[in-house]
Design a binder for this molecule. Structure first.
Ligand code: PGA
Length: 251
């Protein structure tokens, strides 16, 4: 059985104090909840404080991005080992906002995923089509290319350690969630692609999260789909009670 993952992407919100308050509230709300991996991804400046506040709880901490180089003259960037040093266990890679506004492409996503694994971080690699691509009937091609190129040159043993998040760009922050059937169709296709690359065993163990307007009132039906193993949550992760309800999804 795949352990579900519920991850909160806080994006560019929250001061250090607000981040600490949020994780403190969340800790209380989800005390005793088991069989789910809970991850929160604050801004860089809040990472250490959130790690400290989360200590002793089941909450793990992720960064939202990183560079693929170990160190060097890369003004404004942060290295995988630095994120690890701050106490993170996970890192989000290739979020559509990174692709859209900061020119990330599959080749750099691939390098970052590799660098994350080398640093001992679990990468959450994001893929997903735009509305235009969906309307043109290109969803499967676009997602397949992102998955194949993102995972290019990886061994099965490496792919086993990766989490993939399917986030249709048209569903992010828009209130328009993919229907469970729409999401499941793509999740299943991703699992089949990974089976082709890394074998059925690895594909069967791979966690594939859905992201895009996941909320307390739609998480349950999404989680009932066979190939949906969790959620990457933006807006609804910014309040402890709504995120906690998502963590406590009912299948
Ligand atoms: P949303 O964002 O839940 O606000 O749609 C999801 C994401 O961007 O990861």
């Amino acid at each position: 059985m795949r352990t579900p993952v519920i991850a909160g992407n806080w994006k560019m919100y929250n001061t250090i104090q607000e981040s600490v308050d949020l994780v403190r509230g969340l800790k209380k709300e989800i005390e005793g909840v088991g069989n789910v991996e809970v991850v929160v991804a604050p801004v860089f400046t809040s990472l250490s404080a959130v790690v400290a506040e989360a200590r002793g709880s089941a909450i793990k901490v992720a960064a939202q991005n990183m560079h693929w180089e170990d160190k060097g003259a890369f003004t404004g960037e942060i290295a995988p080992a630095m994120i690890k040093d701050a106490g993170c266990t996970h890192v989000i890679i290739g979020h559509s906002e990174r692709r859209q506004y900061f020119a990330e492409i599959d080749a750099t996503v691939n390098k970052k995923v590799m660098a994350a694994l080398k640093a001992g971080l679990t990468p959450i690699m994001c893929v997903g089509e735009t509305l235009q691509q969906r309307e043109a009937g290109n969803t499967m091609n676009v997602v397949a290319t992102q998955v194949r190129e993102g995972l290019a040159k990886f061994t099965a043993a490496e792919i086993e350690k990766i989490i993939i998040a399917y986030e249709p760009v048209w569903a992010i922050g828009t209130g328009k969630t993919a229907t469970p059937a729409q999401a499941e169709e793509v999740h299943k296709a991703i699992r089949d692609i990974v089976a082709g690359i890394a074998g059925k065993n690895v594909a069967d163990g791979l966690r594939i999260l859905y992201g895009g307007s996941v909320k307390a009132d739609n998480v349950d039906e999404l989680m009932r789909e066979q190939d949906i193993d969790g959620a990457l949550v933006g807006g609804a992760s910014l309040k402890a009670d709504s995120f906690a309800r998502i963590v406590k999804f009912q299948r």
